[in-house]
Design a protein around this ligand. Structure first.
Ligand SMILES: Cc1cc2nc3c(=O)[nH]c(=O)nc-3n(C[C@H](O)[C@H](O)[C@H](O)COP(=O)(O)OP(=O)(O)OC[C@H]3O[C@@H](n4cnc5c(N)ncnc54)[C@H](O)[C@@H]3O)c2cc1C
Length: 279
């Protein structure tokens, strides 16, 4: 028999402590949707099933224990970190689900300038990590437009890309290793090794899983030298098609990535080609 909302909340409080279980009605309503249904939030009309609680996980052990409890009690769980999802990934499909929030796991665990790797917990904002590695003259090379708010767990879970992906690759090319927790509470670690020659590359079971297979708790990504010459430059082309062709040719020659913005915006002529940088 399905547990009542009260029983679910009590069970969670026993695992992570009362302070880490949010039951505020407004917060629960907002946790039933993501930015796909921003309109509902603006007007305070929520049409999705409301979760029983939001759990603020503080450690991998918390994540493991909550998932074990939910698995045993047959309760749906929605994973989340930065809450920038725009495609319904954070919607609760079933009433009295648990929203498991990893944004409190926000420690940068290691910046390894020798092996050119950084290890961060799932709730570290990409901008924070980028700012830290820049102090060493390095960059993650990852630059989605949600960089100031998206967090490492969600970025890996959504197989995200950024404005520099033609140069550095998407997040799937950047992840060296990670830690994740499966639905039964099993904690798994994919080691941080430079290359894998034996068997399938199991990183790709985790990357892009959108919280459907496992909860990502820790991520190690590659680092690159920060090259200021990748900063914004502009080229002009008369036709958008010419701009696109130029961008493709530039990428093929290993030039910094080019972006083709719209030709006109509010009557103003914009540059057709733009080389975006980190500056
Ligand atoms: C203004 C704006 C600009 C954006 N620009 C880009 C862009 O340039 N490139 C791009 O790829 N995307 C972009 N996005 C989409 C979004 O930012 C990315 O998908 C981002 O990777 C989500 O990260 P998050 O931490 O916010 O995850 P959330 O929004 O919290 O979650 C996203 C999905 O991942 C799952 N998830 C979250 N955390 C975990 C975890 N720890 N373990 C397992 N599953 C988890 C969730 O269940 C959900 O399905 C943009 C969004 C906005 C609002």
């Amino acid at each position: 028999m399905a547990l009542s909302k009260t029983a679910i909340v009590q069970g969670l409080q026993g695992i992570v402590g009362g302070a880490n279980v949010i039951t505020d009605e407004k917060e629960l309503q907002q946790s039933s949707i993501d930015r796909l249904r921003l309109y509902e939030d603006v007007h305070g009309v929520f049409t999705r099933p409301i979760p029983a609680a939001v759990v603020m996980a503080r450690s991998t052990q918390h994540v493991a224990e909550v998932l074990k409890y939910a698995n045993k009690s047959r309760i749906n769980v929605v994973a989340r970190t930065g809450r920038t999802a725009t495609e319904g990934g954070l919607e609760t499909a079933v009433a009295n689900s648990i929203v498991l929030d990893g944004s409190g796991m926000n420690g940068i665990l290691k910046i390894d300038t020798y092996n050119m790797q950084a290890t961060a917990q799932c709730g570290v904002c990409l901008q924070t990590l980028e700012d830290e590695v820049r102090k060493h003259g390095l960059t993650t090379g990852h630059s989605p437009q949600s960089k100031p708010i998206a967090q490492m767990g969600g970025l890996v879970a959504t197989r995200s890309i950024g404005q520099f992906s033609t140069l550095y690759g998407g997040i799937e090319d950047m992840v060296v290793g990670l830690e994740a927790v499966f639905a039964d509470g099993t904690i798994t670690r994919i080691k941080n090794v430079p290359r894998r020659a034996v068997g399938p590359d199991i990183r790709h079971v985790v990357i892009g899983n959108e919280g459907a297979l496992c909860y990502i708790t820790e991520v190690t990504v590659k680092l690159f030298p920060y090259l200021p010459q990748n900063n914004v430059r502009r080229l002009h082309a008369e036709k958008h098609a010419h701009g696109l062709r130029g961008a493709a040719q530039g990428d093929g020659r290993g030039l910094p990535p080019l972006r083709c913005p719209p030709v006109r915006s509010a009557g103003r002529r914009l540059p057709l080609l733009e080389v975006r940088g980190e500056g």
